[in-house]
Design a protein around this ligand. Structure first.
Ligand code: SF4
Length: 396
């Protein structure tokens, strides 16, 4: 089966005699806790049938003046497509975690502003493996062993001995500790200064990190296939991401360097692609205004008390966004669709229990590099995200 514990979507995971094989500790945790704390169909915290919960959800969303839809990063492409249709039908706002995660990186790749490639090609060909502001050790534990640094590939027959590792971070992360032989760890105080150093080096001038940048550029020039993986450390470390993308384009004039976002929720990229195809934007979209804007990010809408109802699917904002903002959810009518009785589900007006995409329902997800994977669940549950969203859409 395919593990949906993170955006690596590892396709070699097996369930045998009730045990999960080949998964990392993160995937194991999801599988071993599958049956714990499951959601129940609730309206005003009273137990009801699933049909009654869906009927109430339709009533709330249909009567709302300014509804929003938020989440959708752990569900399938098929369910995301229905979610976008619901948002369009309601003239609503729609957003996902990518607005404060790596959305801009996915957007630059979808718009072809920077070159990107697949993880299989990285495994087979990449010489320099460059992690900037990313620590796959915790965010995507099999990233390095399955796709990037350790595995042997067609042109990298000796695995990591045939590669050069670059790690940029503000601290010596677990990934940075691996940067010993054939490797360099660049500890930065400011990511912007490192971007500037690359730009200066490419113009033949010396910046603050001249020595380290000189080494990296020399190594990049040794191969026609190198890959950089960026994480949240980069997103929150640089003031100007466009300047960073410009640096990637400049490097590509002297050496081939492909960019891939490192890791995020299992199908965040799927959401970005579905919305991009429909609207030309990847997140923070208002169907009423027919445009995307940072003011339409879910957290911003909450801050300004701009919405009166929200459909949340596969997300738990009460435990993931600052309480000062998320507590405003208690003031609006909230419909939660989730396999688990999350913190947000506990205060929701309506809860519709769903299946775990990947483990309990099939469909398609998009890996961090844009490759589509067909899910092969352990069992197929009828009441899954797609079924629930279709019912809501039909009711509206
Ligand atoms: S790396 Fe991600 S997809 Fe792969 S087994 Fe671990 S959690 Fe699952």
């Amino acid at each position: 089966m395919i593990c949906t514990g993170c955006s690596c979507l590892c396709d070699d995971v097996e369930i045998r005699d009730g045990k999960i094989l080949n998964a990392c500790y993160r995937g194991y945790k999801v599988y071993s806790k599958l049956s714990e704390n499951r959601a129940r169909a609730l309206v005003d915290r009273r137990e009801v049938s699933v049909d009654d919960a869906i009927e109430k959800a339709v009533e709330i969303l249909g009567q709302a003046k300014n509804p929003a839809l938020y989440g959708f990063d752990t569900t399938t492409v098929e369910a995301q497509e229905v979610a976008v249709k619901i948002a369009e039908k309601l003239n609503a706002f729609i957003d996902d975690n990518s607005s404060f995660c790596l959305g801009e990186v996915v957007e630059a790749i979808l718009k072809k502003d920077v070159p990107s490639t697949t993880l299989e090609d990285v495994r087979d060909q990449a010489y320099v493996i460059f992690y900037w502001g990313a620590n796959p050790y915790s965010s995507a534990p099999r990233h390095m062993s399955k796709f990037t640094y350790y595995p042997r590939g067609m042109k990298r027959l000796k695995g990591y001995e045939d590669r050069f590792l670059v790690v940029v971070d503000v601290r010596r992360s677990e990934t940075a500790k691996l940067a010993k032989k054939n490797a360099i760890f660049i500890k930065v105080e400011s990511d912007d200064e490192l971007v500037e150093s690359f730009n200066l080096a490419l113009e033949g001038k010396a910046g603050k990190y001249a020595k380290e940048v000189g080494t990296v550029i020399t190594e990049l020039k040794r191969s026609d296939f190198n890959a950089m993986f960026v994480g949240l450390g980069l997103k929150y470390g640089v003031r100007n991401l466009d300047g960073f993308f410009e640096m990637i384009r400049k490097i590509n004039r002297v050496a081939k360097l492909y960019l891939i976002p490192s890791a995020f929720h299992s199908n965040m990229r799927g959401f970005n692609e579905v919305l991009f195809e429909k609207t030309g934007s990847i997140n923070k979209f208002s169907f009423k205004e027919q445009r995307s804007d940072k003011l339409f990010a879910f957290t911003e809408l909450l801050k300004r008390d701009e919405i009166d109802a929200v459909l949340l699917l596969g997300t738990d904002p009460l435990s993931s966004i600052p309480f000062e903002i998320s507590k405003k959810i208690m003031r609006i009518k909230t419909v939660v669709v989730d396999p688990k009785m999350s913190l947000t589900a506990k205060i929701a007006k309506v809860v519709v229990p769903s299946a775990f995409s990947g483990f309990e329902s099939s469909g398609t997800m998009v890996r961090s590099d844009g490759v589509r994977k067909r899910l092969e669940p352990i069992e197929e549950k009828e009441v899954n995200d797609l079924w629930i969203l279709k019912k809501i859409s039909e009711g509206l």
